[in-house]
Write a protein that binds this ligand. Sequence first.
Ligand SMILES: [Zn+2]
Length: 288
Amino acid sequence: MAGTSASAQRGGADGATGGRPHVRGTAGPSLPAHSELVDARAGTLPLLLSAPHGGIEQPEGVPERTTGLRRLDGRTRLLAEQLVPRLELLLGGSPYVVLARFHRRYLDANRPPEVAFEHDGARPHYLAYHAALRSYVQEIRATFGGGLLLDLHGQSAAPEVIFRGTQNGVTTTELVQQWGAEALVGERSLFGQLAARGYQVFPANTPIGQPIEQPGWSGGYTVQRYGSHRRNGIDAIQVELGWDFRTKEYLPTLVEDLAQAIAGFYAAYGNAPPARTSANHPNRSYAV
Ligand SMILES: [Zn+2]
């Protein structure tokens, strides 16, 4: 999965400059597939928020799955929805969003298709979810030369912890090649900024792989499929939010802290386009 030959062509810092995110003025193209159980909205920033496990609805005629994890990641869809206006204020543009409205007990969008669902009625919703992700990842690549996908999840096993899932840096290959490991585990990385706000994160922003990310939350199908270790991917991080941060009472605080952490990350790194495509991108100096 590491794809080193492709990623090896992406290295090199690119003379990024400061400033605000480049904002596109036009809406994205229409999506190749549609489902009323997938909320997909194009944005204007090189940032894509996804939440595959935050939905509660039943696709028509689709029975519950009999195998696999079926538990809801409570309030992760709400979290994404509430992050959008906050990020618009902080970053001056909109993130792209792809959010499942269907419940995981019918369909798991963070799994490969052969194990994501059991009933054919779930297939169109699965395909629509991933068509939206692919379309937006491509659009972000084409427009900005790179970007960040945050796949939002929840876990209750360690309710006071936020886990990082990047396959130990693999799905953020481009970010690390461009800026160094500190862009993933340093003080100004996303998880560094969360730690600075008092959150317990795992791994604790120690050198990548020391220790390894928590098995099971180390980055699933979505970040593996759309991460920047792939030529057509963007940097991708799975964020596993402990339950304590998703209670009704705490959620507004989490929204604010996560929005500030994302904005801080962009202020520090901003995803300058990689060297391999910069010649074709007039926006290469956009870097936040
Ligand atoms: Zn999940």
